[in-house]
Design a protein around this ligand. Structure first.
Ligand SMILES: Cc1cc2nc3c(=O)[nH]c(=O)nc-3n(C[C@H](O)[C@H](O)[C@H](O)COP(=O)(O)O)c2cc1C
Length: 322
């Protein structure tokens, strides 16, 4: 694991992220410093001296020695960086203010100021004794739980549990920042070989929306406030596999991306209808593309909030192969 870079923090202009990289792409470690921690480290480096910086959890500490700087972190392996490398990069970084990068913070990242709530802990006196059960047994025997009211509206599991399709949208415009979130969700979806074998068309033009509604078996709700057409682009998938596999990958890429967008829309209080019934040729002609459409996602504010539809029981859905 080698120290690699000092980067802007995701959340604060004044702090930074120190990044270590291992042998493979997934092997990364990050230490996030807040404003004061970075300031203290910069002071030691400016003086060309050795010293210690205590992190805000009060048990993690950075020890700057003349040769190697050690990061002794609570509940984490020791991280090290060559002091001269770290010094050069930190001082260079500290010369100018940095814009925060608003992206997702991975669970692997060490963040001393964030406490992860222990959901398993029940309040005193309410703990029920369960006989020892495997996870799959617990799933198969479980009853649907009431949706927890204390979860944030964007909590993924709350979104799963409350989402419901809509075929009647309010005319209200969807805010640009919500459209941004929906589109960026499509961008972060997993894709075969990370080649992103799909393309999204964001339809703004009213006439085009109406033409799509016509091409979609005359389903009028297709002309929704936000209309996204997800198309397959197998030519982007640079993997050495037969064309039918690349086609399959691009269909899966486009479908997962649309599902990510659907969940993002639900997470920001919108509703959607997924459209699979349409004439592909007509849609391609309307969009002026030779990419095959896989689905149309129609998004807007629902005219009425409805409860989610029921599903079969989990034990009917899951077949366990022992
Ligand atoms: C692959 C697929 C194709 C669909 N095609 C259409 C469609 O053409 N028209 C439509 O009104 N709904 C369509 N739907 C929406 C489903 O009818 C809807 O998701 C389903 O009834 C479950 O309801 P829920 O989304 O509220 O849980 C489609 C959904 C999927 C996943």
């Amino acid at each position: 694991m080698e120290f690699q870079a000092v980067e802007p923090s995701y959340t604060s202009k004044e702090g930074c992220r120190l990044v270590w990289k291992g042998a493979d792409e997934d092997d990364t470690d990050v230490v996030i410093l807040n404003k004061n921690e970075l300031k203290n480290l910069v002071e030691i480096f400016k003086k060309n001296s050795t010293g210690e910086v205590e992190l805000e959890d009060q048990s993690s500490v950075i020890r700057v020695n003349s040769d190697v700087t050690q990061f002794s972190l609570a509940n984490h392996r020791l991280l090290e960086a060559k002091t001269t490398d770290l010094q050069d990069q930190v001082l260079e970084y500290a010369k100018v203010p940095h814009e925060p990068q608003y992206v997702y913070i991975g669970t692997k990242e060490f963040y001393p100021s964030i406490w992860i709530r222990d959901d398993e802990k029940k309040p005193e006196g309410t703990s029920k004794k369960h006989p020892k059960q495997s996870l799959i047994e617990a799933i198969l025997s479980s009853e649907p739980e009431k949706i927890r009211q204390d979860l944030s509206p964007t909590d993924l599991f709350r979104v799963f549990a409350t989402r419901r399709s809509t075929r009647k949208f309010e005319k209200t415009k969807v805010e640009d920042w919500k459209v941004d979130k929906i589109l960026s969700a499509a961008d972060v979806a997993p894709t075969a070989g990370n080649f992103q074998g799909f393309q999204v068309f964001l339809i703004k033009n009213k006439k085009t929306k109406e033409a799509l509604a016509e091409a979609a078996n005359k389903q009028p709700y297709v002309a929704a406030p936000v209309v996204l057409v997800f198309c397959m682009d197998p030519s982007r998938v640079k993997l050495k596999f037969p064309p039918n596999i690349l086609e399959k990958f691009s269909l899966q890429d486009a479908t997962i991306a649309a599902a990510f967008s659907l969940l993002a829309a639900s997470g920001v209080g919108l509703s959607t209808i997924w459209i699979g019934m349409f004439d592909e040729e007509k849609v391609m002609k309307i969009l002026g593309t030779d990419l095959r459409p896989s689905s149309i996602l129609c998004v807007g504010y629902p005219d009425k909030k409805k409860p989610p539809k029921s599903r079969r029981k989990l034990k009917d859905l899951i077949k366990v192969i022992e």
